[in-house]
Design a protein around this ligand. Structure first.
Ligand SMILES: O=P(O)(O)OC[C@H]1O[C@H](OP(=O)(O)OP(=O)(O)O)[C@H](O)[C@@H]1O
Ligand SMILES: NC(=O)CC[C@H](N)C(=O)O
Ligand SMILES: [Mg+2]
Length: 505
């Protein structure tokens, strides 16, 4: 997952772009970047690391101009090096910068077409550089010195014709404007909003509404699937549907784990969705184990808290915070590589023995993916003196790879892949294990009939990919190229020093 933001303001926007990236940091911890545009030039700073480390005062001073875009990255293509940090830049036509959240499933074919047909060179392994070049080519086809918003919309139509997979993107053309677009399935989230200033209206496009709240913008709504939202440099908003048959099918894992609970995606409050997940899970536990002997419900910080609290309430069992999280360690799931993830769980979470001693505890997490967290946390609960350790996941077992922007490329790394629930229970070392049913998860997120969303991408749970183009061959190739083992091998054979083409450090 990545976080994206674009702003057209009436005064310098470097600080609010930075503030927005800090609030989107939970979507990507590997790299960060900002590009601004003043009347003459683009100014770019991007590098690996957290936003607070990438942007020093000297960089901020140079990020001049009233419009710009930013990105925080969690790689799903290429590696973690700074040359693949975003935004990407291409100088023709007009100079375009782009930041992307998602993953293209036809990146290989596109890369070939971009070279052979469009005569463009791709310099990294990132699919986002391909997306930018496809857009640039489609815009070039308009063959104009001065473009208007209709040309942007036509180029986005071309992107939708050629690109497959998940993509929410923001882009900017210097002296012209900022725009955002979303793939025809709306897999990845992106919203837009505005605020009034004395000098006129300012607009923002961002991955999550929480970025708007915290920097003082008002939410207008989600970018619809297939839609393009364009803000010209004068601050006028133009929107157009650019896909012939858009079908909103957002990724359900955003609601389970990725998004912040204080965000609203596709008109659904993530907080409320997680609360309903807790309620549904309580009902299931009561159903399958009417005479349960759970003494206390303990969440695995952070993301599971919302669901765990409601689960405890509806189960009628006390809720206690038994694990303390080191606030200086980021999210472990989005760290690159299993070794670092494993080590980080223990560094990140520590048990308060008192809450466990001689009790039957139900530990609750939002999801079990590789099992890195649950395996260790169950052992920690035992070491802290728990009599019995039960475990509940607010999501169903994750059995299939993700191909739309979550770095879960390899089925064999998923603890639930090709295992029954009883086998997973044994593997994790839990005394009893409960998973949410998929129908209940969908109901919890969908608010049953009240939501705009008829369908979600639930591929990690059921192996059904909404874009319909994901073949066993594609998945096999993805596993070969991007499994933890393959990444490890690539890292060890590589000189990490980057010779940067675009970066003005
Ligand atoms: O089965 P696993 O492979 O361990 O993945 C699942 C775990 O990873 C995530 O936590 P993370 O530490 O990333 O973030 P959080 O603090 O937001 O919960 C998620 O909330 C689960 O706890
Ligand atoms: N998680 C994402 O959205 C990743 C964006 C892009 N595919 C990259 O790897 O940089
Ligand atoms: Mg967690």
């Amino acid at each position: 997952m990545c976080g994206i933001v674009g702003i057209v303001g009436k005064s310098p926007i470097n600080q609010i772009l930075y503030d927005a990236l800090l609030v989107l940091q939970h979507r990507g911890q590997d790299a960060a970047g900002i590009v601004t545009s003043d009347s003459k030039k683009l100014h770019m700073r991007k590098d690996t690391g957290l936003a607070r480390d990438v942007f020093r005062t000297r960089h901020m001073l140079r990020l001049r101009g009233n419009m710009g875009i930013g990105h925080v990255r969690y790689p799903t293509a290429g590696g973690s090096c700074s040359s693949e940090a975003q935004p990407f830049y291409v100088n023709s036509p007009y100079g375009i910068v782009l930041a992307h959240n998602g993953n293209l499933t036809n990146a290989e074919e596109l890369k070939r077409d971009v070279f052979v047909d469009d005569l463009r060179h791709i310099n990294t392994e990132s699919d986002s550089e391909i997306l930018l070049n496809v857009f640039a080519h489609e815009l070039q086809l308009q063959n104009k010195l001065r473009i208007d918003e209709q040309d942007i919309f036509r180029a986005v139509e071309g992107v939708h014709r050629r690109c497959r997979g998940g993509y929410a993107a923001v882009a900017m053309i210097p002296g012209f404007g900022v725009f955002g677009f979303r793939d025809p399935h709306g897999i990845r989230p992106v919203v837009y909003g505005k605020r009034e200033t004395e000098a006129g209206e300012e607009y923002i496009i961002a991955s999550e509404s929480v970025a708007l709240d915290t920097i003082g913008f008002e939410l207008i709504g989600d970018v619809a699937p297939g839609e393009c939202v364009f803000i010209d440099r004068e601050g006028h908003l133009h929107t157009k549907q650019c896909a012939p048959q858009p079908v909103l099918s957002p990724c359900i894992f955003e609601f389970v784990y990725f998004a912040r609970p204080d965000s609203i995606i596709d008109n659904i409050s993530v907080h409320k969705a997680r609360s309903r997940m807790g309620k549904k899970l309580a009902a299931k536990i009561k159903r399958v184990w009417p005479g349960h002997d759970i003494d206390v419900v303990i969440p695995v910080p952070d993301t599971s808290r919302t669901a765990a609290l409601q689960l405890a309430n509806h189960l009628g069992v006390p809720y206690a915070e038994g694990f303390i999280k080191n606030r200086y360690i980021g999210r472990t799931f989005i760290m690159p590589g299993q070794q670092v993830r494993k080590k980080s769980v223990r560094q990140k979470l520590n048990a308060i023995d008192l809450e466990f001693r001689r009790k039957n505890v139900l530990l609750v997490d939002d999801s079990i993916v590789r099992g890195t967290t649950s395996q260790q946390i169950i052992q920690m609960a035992r070491d802290a003196g728990a009599r019995r350790v039960y475990f509940a996941s607010a999501a169903p077992p994750v059995r299939y790879p993700n191909v739309y922007g979550i770095d879960m490329p390899s089925a064999s790394e998923l603890i639930a892949h090709a295992r029954s629930e009883a086998e997973i229970e044994r593997e994790l070392g839990a005394d009893r294990l409960f998973f949410q049913d998929l129908d209940d998860l969908i109901d919890a997120v969908q608010k049953r009939g009240k939501s705009l969303v008829d369908r979600f991408d639930t591929s990690v749970f059921d192996g059904i990919y909404v874009t319909g183009d994901v073949t066993p061959d594609y998945l096999e190739e993805l596993e070969r190229a991007r499994s933890d083992g393959a990444k490890q091998e690539r890292r060890s054979g590589q000189d990490e020093t980057v010779i940067e083409l675009y970066n003005t450090a």
